[in-house]
Design a protein around this ligand. Structure first.
Ligand code: KIV
Length: 294
């Protein structure tokens, strides 16, 4: 079922989103230009995660891309990792984010188990995500091992965002979420993964949790924009999990900068509400329906 029409008579989404032209895959790809000895970014790509309509509305004017990340498993559902996240979850949240945005290119993560088995399986999952949500692209984790699948999808009309370095869906193989590429063999492998994903046709590549030198080598070596998370300033763009940068969690990884302290502000608002309910100072006449003229 396609769910991306907005009923502006009944939705809190009114009056936005405004009709407009979304950023396209070629426009994002064109942010990176060829230079004498490699590639350079013309304008950094700004990406944040979004999982809900309202957050998408608030972020959309400021972002080039909104990512419906499978990090929603932990952030929204309180799951221990991204492993249990399902296609149904990604489709429901993807559709909400598309409904709440009009400017940014929306990409949706392919959840664990929905694409690794074969290129055909990946195509069926990606086609469902695109039909159900109206998003413009899907993201999948993995390097050389996923190159055939990325080529299969892009040749069939499905734009792919790559994801290399720390790949959270592989947490059980990696043994944790620590930064990757601390020895030269692993660093070489991550660079080879990024090259394979770029050659296969990914239009941009998320590089997560790697040492600065690796990010810099990848950014110079591949044509698609490299969007870093915990991968230094050497990338062609940056992405963060929105709830992390808003300060909604007590603990955040070292690479996150908190731009607000929403956990405390939400707690303070809830405490004020609770106190006013208990001492009966809320609601007042201002919040009470009365017969007209009384
Ligand atoms: O799932 C996610 O939010 C992501 C970003 C961290 C890049 O993959």
């Amino acid at each position: 079922m396609s769910t991306f029409t907005l009923d502006s008579a009944t939705s809190r989404a009114t009056p936005s989103p405004q009709p407009g032209k979304r950023l396209t895959v070629p426009a994002i790809r064109a942010r990176k230009v060829a230079k004498d000895e490699g590639f350079a970014t013309a304008e950094p790509v700004v990406m944040l995660t979004a999982y809900t309509m309202r957050m998408a509305q608030l972020l959309d004017p400021h972002c080039d891309m909104l990512l419906v990340g499978d990090s929603l498993g932990q952030v929204i559902y309180g799951l221990p990792s991204t492993i249990p996240v399902t296609l149904d979850m990604m489709c429901a949240h993807g559709a909400a984010v598309v409904r709440g945005s009009w400017h940014a290119l929306v990409g949706v993560d392919m959840p664990f188990g929905s694409y690794e088995g074969s290129p055909e399986t990946a195509f069926n999952s990606a086609a469902r995500i695109m039909k159900d949500t109206g998003c413009a692209a899907v993201k999948l984790e993995g390097g050389e091992a996923m190159a055939e699948t990325i080529a299969f999808l892009t040749h069939r009309g499905i734009p792919v965002i790559g994801h290399v370095g720390l790949t959270p869906q592989a947490v059980n193989v990696l043994g944790g979420y620590g930064a990757r590429g601390r020895d030269s063999a692993e660093a070489d492998k991550i660079l080879a993964d990024a090259r394979a994903v770029a050659d296969a046709g990914a239009f941009c590549i998320v590089v997560e949790g790697v040492l600065e030198g690796i990010a810099s080598d990848i950014a110079k070596a591949v044509a698609p924009p490299v969007i870093g998370i915990g991968a230094s300033a050497e990338c062609d763009g940056q992405v963060l999990v929105t709830e992390d940068m808003l300060g909604l969690f007590e603990r955040t990884p070292r690479f996150v900068k908190r731009y607000d302290d929403l956990a405390n502000r939400v707690g303070a608002a809830a405490a004020a509400f609770a106190s006013e309910v208990r001492d009966r100072s809320f609601p007042t006449a201002d919040q009470t329906y009365r017969p007209k003229g009384s």
